[in-house]
Design a protein around this ligand. Structure first.
Ligand code: SF4
Length: 359
């Protein structure tokens, strides 16, 4: 038995002798030696361990726009990393090399929370993102990295599917400054058939973030032709966001490309993204974006009151800037919801792989 493995939180013994992981709605019940659905949380004797604690699949400095976060420190670099495994099994996964990896296959770098925070500060990153795979399943590592980052004034960002139970949700969100939540569709049928999860749990995470935390929230929906791009579904999704999260929460519609086990669907046509954006705007959402394509209008931020251009984007590159130092429209004074500094960053579109920690 490996006694050095990190003891996880969020589990309890059951009457039948198994240990139940209570972190996510799968609620895996594990016999000794058994791994959960996510593969990285497993039972060792009378405890549950997380075998990706302190292990990363690699680090990269990205533009914050790539997460995507468009209203959170625009133009700044974010130190991004992930581990291995996932608690959903999306047939269309765009990161399946990591999410479906057996932990030891790909985890090259061993990096402590302090080393990651120090590297972020040294690289002038304004934030660290838990991304590439879902931080829910490496929660204890993400929370410790976030604490080390806070000591250095570095912000933290979760890119997550939000498939987590209440206690884990509270712990993860308390550690974060911003989140982009993947709302994969607006039907239980889609979630059941294509992700192995439940929509209801994701909606609970979204409502919790929007109503009970100070975490800056943006939402992303990947549109898959013939699966979740119907007018009625997009209308219902946008109306739900307006009603339950508020009309100012940014919504990103991004383009699918055939991947993993969903190779028989075509890439999302640009017209589908434009149509979805128009529907969501009609439903009253103020900041709706198109992603994974070059679209000067759908990729830029516009004033909800006077229509002025506030942040011009071409891809991940910023252009004209129409905000005053307090984040208000230069033309009419309306505040753009989000977290802004006096001036935008100038990181641009660069992607810079970095090495942190021991191999
Ligand atoms: S986090 Fe992993 S082990 Fe825990 S319930 Fe979810 S899938 Fe199962």
């Amino acid at each position: 038995m490996d006694d050095t493995a990190f003891t996880a939180r969020h589990w309890q013994p059951r009457d039948d002798g198994r240990l139940e992981c209570t972190l996510c709605p799968h609620r895996c019940r594990l016999a000794d030696g058994q791994r959960g659905f996510c593969f990285v949380r497993l039972r060792r004797g009378e405890r549950l361990v997380l075998d990706t604690y302190g292990r990363s699949s690699g680090f990269c400095v990205d533009p914050i726009e790539k997460k995507p976060l468009y209203h959170f420190l625009p133009g700044t670099p974010v130190l991004s990393f992930g581990t291995a495994g996932c608690n959903l099994s999306c047939r269309f996964c765009q990161n399946w090399e990591l999410s479906k990896a057996r932990a030891t296959d790909i985890l090259a770098a061993a990096a402590t929370p302090a080393a990651i925070a120090a590297a972020a500060a040294a690289l002038d990153c304004r934030s660290v993102a838990f991304t590439y795979n879902d931080p829910v399943i490496f929660l204890e590592y993400a929370v410790d990295v976030a604490a080390a980052c806070r000591e250095r004034g570095v912000k933290t960002v979760a890119v997550t599917a939000g498939y987590v139970e209440d206690a884990g949700r509270r712990e993860l969100c308390a550690a974060m400054d911003a989140a982009n939540v993947d709302l994969k569709a607006f039907s239980e049928d889609f979630y059941r058939r294509l992700t192995g999860g439940r929509l209801g749990a994701v909606l609970e995470t979204l409502e919790y973030l929007a109503r009970e935390t100070a975490v800056w929230l943006e939402v992303t929906t990947l549109l898959i032709p013939g699966e979740n791009d119907g007018e009625a579904e997009i209308t219902a999704l946008a109306a739900w966001i307006r009603e339950h999260l508020g009309p100012a929460v940014p919504l990103h519609f991004t383009a699918f490309h055939p991947d993993f086990r969903l190779l028989d669907r075509p890439p999302t046509p640009p017209a589908t993204l434009h149509r979805a954006r128009a529907i969501a705007q009609r439903e009253g959402l103020a900041h709706v974006y198109t992603g994974n394509l070059i679209d000067a209008e759908g990729g830029s931020s516009w004033c909800a009151r006077c229509g002025a251009l506030l942040i011009e984007r071409l891809g991940y590159r910023l252009g004209r800037w129409g905000l005053d130092p307090t984040g208000r429209c230069l033309a009419c004074g309306e505040a753009l919801p989000g977290r802004f500094e006096a001036a935008p960053g100038d990181w641009g579109e660069r992607r810079l792989p970095v090495r942190i920690g021991a191999r």
